[in-house]
Ligand binder design. Structure first.
Ligand SMILES: [Zn+2]
Length: 221
């Protein structure tokens, strides 16, 4: 069942180590099927190299395993909490990527100082309160801190990104880590100006209208 979604979620899990966002078996990506509402997630404690579409676990919104030979990720409950709270979200990525997590270690948000990431997220990256790892409490902290947005750091833990698909959530996780690294490097050399919200809004809307193959074809000089 859900063969296409299992393939997508598996591929997006492979993107995490391929982009240096995780080590060992830490981190995970899930995706929600819009028709059935079932969620496909990585199995617990399995190295990324060993993941295939067949090893993905299908769960319902109560966490009951519907298909799969292995136990789902220990973070399944918090992914399900986020999906329940955010009907607009169909993919979630979680990493401990180093630069972004260094902001989380200090309980600091990542300020909106670079247009490439604000194009995507439309705001800074907030940092939540401390929450118990692996528990629904972490899902609550993500939903509170994200406040309708698509990314949040969890204090003393790591990064959660959300999207309209597993691929979009994973893409946000990659660009967020790049922005965290560049922002950190810039901040070591002195104060950095945060973009005004008005300009962030303009970039965000421009990106949605123009980026990729679905945007408007008209190019202005
Ligand atoms: Zn984690």
């Amino acid at each position: 069942m859900l063969e296409a979604l299992k393939k997508e979620v598996c591929e997006q899990n492979h993107e995490l180590p391929a982009n240096g966002l995780v080590v060992g078996s830490g981190g995970n990506v899930s995706g929600r099927d819009p028709e059935t509402g079932l969620v496909v997630i990585k199995p617990s404690g399995v190295k990324f190299k060993k993941l295939t579409p067949q090893t993905m676990v299908v769960v319902d919104m109560d966490g009951t395993v519907i298909e799969g030979q292995m136990k789902p990720s220990v973070d399944t409950g918090l992914h399900l909490y986020i999906y329940a709270a955010r009907p607009d979200v169909f993919g979630i990525a979680h990493t401990h990527s180093p630069y972004a997590s260094s902001f989380a270690a200090r309980g600091e948000r990542i300020p909106a100082v670079l247009t490439p990431i604000t194009h995507m997220l439309g705001r800074d990256v907030p940092c939540s309160r401390y929450a118990t790892p692996g528990e629904v409490d972490t899902g609550q902290a993500v939903v509170e801190a994200a406040d309708g947005g698509y990314a949040a750091l969890v204090k003393a833990h790591g990064v959660f990104t959300m999207g309209k698909s597993a691929a979009e959530a994973t893409s946000f996780a990659m660009y967020l880590e790049e922005a965290a690294m560049t922002t950190h490097l810039a901040m070591t050399r002195g104060p950095v100006d945060e973009l005004p919200q008005e300009e962030i809004d303009r970039c965000f809307n421009w990106f949605r209208q123009n980026y990729g193959q679905s945007g408007q074809k008209k190019v202005t000089a």
